[in-house]
Design a protein around this ligand. Structure first.
Ligand code: NAI
Ligand code: MG
Length: 534
């Protein structure tokens, strides 16, 4: 998932020429505990869990496991940090923005320079994603998201409203309170920032659970939040002259590494969490909404799966369409909610499109994710690997034509070859289910009306793409597509400024852009009756 205008095809487009940044090979993981109130805690139940490097299947380290008791402690700290009269609530909004910038500065510093704590190396080790993608896309997107919401912090305000003249009516935008966040393993650092940056910009406090497969970069950010307090911050007072602390006050951000059924479920059903933001599977999204309904009716935003259609018309720039749709299918080993998983190609260019797609796939370099030349790494774990291989088998059995790949790489590894199926039919499992792996499915179509109906016949509605040189067609087809995002002649072009979220079962609410601010604030109407009007 490229963000902020970076295109991605492995590493080439939009990325400076050699020398490439190099990963820091010797990595000591320093931060493996639960982060509550700006302190490191061990697990209340005395448990730890291992995190693995998917490229080697070797354990990296053990991490303290948060459970319900730890979530309770984190929520208590978050509640105290955000209560009326607290330092965080009294802080001048511009200072809140400054803290987000400070965190972004520290992340830039740790992008490569520090041997211990090079964030892209840590992200690559924990997820298996190619190093340069972690460096240029995940880190860049994370830092830009922080800076974008840093800029909003002192520009979030209400209005005065025209009512009859014996009243003054105004609105105030207030924080919601403690915001819970539950995030997945495919973009651990980026999803962390998509959740905390708008929440903090609006003055909330956060309890966030990274995915059990990938807790390490989140915990490193915990150390930066701590460091912001002690070293880099600049003292200030707010407009009322109240003394203010240099960094994030304790309890503003709390990080609880652990499992979904325990720590995740405790967040979803917590009575003192007023909002939960979730990215992950549709099934768990439904559970979270149910838990929210049955506990305190907390607000819920969900960013769930997709079965995203790309429509390639005969009048398109063919090579551009081949490259962009394939990047969309294979980026991050296909482990993207935005994966370009249904590519509909107009009949007259279909054969040429398939031929060029195969040629394009041959250029992908599969290998050690820490090697800067690598553009394709392993899947995250055995469960995902098995799910993908099962879907590839189903594609073969149901009569799709395997054009390229289709097999595991090596004996016991988690690598899967980039795989292309042509002649995919709408009823097949690979046409309907979210594969979340490096599998490109190519369909053919004959008319515009037909392809729009087929593109929309999915329970999902996250993103779509249209390839055509006719702006007229691009605009009318984009109007007909039932998805939260439509890309025209590009793919995975995400920006911190642009809202992101799904129609239908792809989710509720929007992340990023100004739109996300509404998801993280309460609006209070204050109506004043004047004793007399002049
Ligand atoms: P998942 O939805 O189980 O996990 C995502 C997050 O939810 C993790 O932090 C997990 O600990 C947490 N979680 C799990 N069960 C929970 C519960 N009952 N209550 C609260 N939190 C809970 O997804 P998983 O198993 O990792 O992947 C399964 C499929 O989900 C993938 O194959 C893919 O199709 C989809 N997925 C979609 C993602 C997206 O970006 N939209 C990201 C990850 C997975
Ligand atoms: Mg791992």
């Amino acid at each position: 998932m490229a963000q902020n205008g970076t295109t991605e095809n492995g590493v080439a487009d939009g990325i400076p020429a050699l020398p490439f940044p190099q990963p820091v090979k010797v990595q000591e993981v320093r931060h493996t505990k639960i982060f509550i109130g700006n302190e490191w805690h061990t697990s209340s139940r005395g448990r730890t869990f291992p995190t693995f490097n998917p490229a080697t299947c070797v354990k990296i380290c053990d991490v303290e496991e948060a459970d319900k008791e730890d979530v309770d402690k984190a929520v208590e700290a978050a509640k105290a940090a955000g209560q009326r009269g607290s330092l965080w609530r009294r802080m001048d909004a511009s200072s809140r923005g400054r803290l987000l910038h400070t965190l972004a500065d520290l992340m830039e510093r740790d992008r490569l320079l520090l041997a211990v704590g090079s964030l892209p190396t840590l992200e690559t080790l924990d997820t298996g994603k190619p190093f340069l993608q972690a460096f240029f896309i995940d880190l860049e997107g994370s830092i830009k998201t922080l800076r974008y919401y840093a800029g909003w912090a002192d520009k979030i305000h209400g209005k005065s409203l025209p009512v009859d003249e014996s009243f003054v009516c105004l609105t105030k935008h207030e924080p919601i309170g403690v915001c819970g966040a539950i995030i997945p393993w495919n973009f651990p650092l980026l999803m962390f920032m998509w959740k905390i940056a708008p929440a903090l910009s609006c003055g909330n406090t956060v309890v966030i659970k990274p995915a059990e497969q990938t807790p390490l970069t989140a915990l490193h950010v915990g150390s930066l939040i701590n460091e912001g307090i002690t070293s880099l911050g600049i003292p200030h007072t707010n407009m009322s002259g109240l003394p203010s602390q240099a960094g994030f006050p304790p309890g503003v951000v709390n990080i609880v590494p652990g499992f979904g059924l325990t720590a995740g479920a405790a967040i979803a059903s917590h009575m003192d969490i007023n909002k939960v933001a979730f990215t992950g599977s549709t099934e768990v999204g439904q559970l979270i909404k149910e838990a929210a309904a049955k506990s305190n009716l907390k607000r819920v935003t969900l960013e769930l799966g997709g079965k995203n259609p790309c429509i390639v018309f005969a009048d398109c720039d063919l090579q551009l369409a081949v490259e962009e749709t394939q990047k969309g299918a294979f980026y991050n080993q296909g482990q993207c909610c935005t994966a370009a998983s249904r590519v509909f190609v107009e009949k007259s260019i279909y054969e040429e499109f398939v031929r060029r797609s195969i040629e394009n796939a041959k250029r992908i370099v599969t290998g050690d994710p820490l090697d800067p030349q690598t553009s394709h790494g392993p899947q995250i774990d055995r469960k995902q690997f098995d799910k993908i291989m099962d879907l590839i088998e189903s594609g073969k059995k149901e009569g799709a034509r395997l054009e390229y790949g289709g097999a595991a790489v090596g004996e016991k590894s988690l690598f899967i070859e980039p795989t292309i199926f042509s002649e995919v039919k709408d009823h097949m499992r690979i046409a309907k289910e979210e594969i979340f792996g490096p599998v490109q499915c190519i369909f053919s179509f004959e008319s515009q009306q037909e392809v729009i109906e087929r593109a929309n016949s999915s329970k999902y509605g996250l993103v779509s793409a249209v390839f055509t040189t006719s702006m007229d067609r691009a605009m009318s087809v984009s109007a007909a597509l039932e998805t939260g995002t439509v890309w025209i002649n590009c793919y995975n072009a995400l920006h911190a400024q642009t809202p992101f979220g799904g129609y239908k079962m792809s989710g509720n609410g929007r992340e990023l852009g100004k739109y996300a601010l509404a998801e993280y604030s309460e609006v209070k109407a204050v109506t004043i009756k004047l004793s007399k009007t002049l």
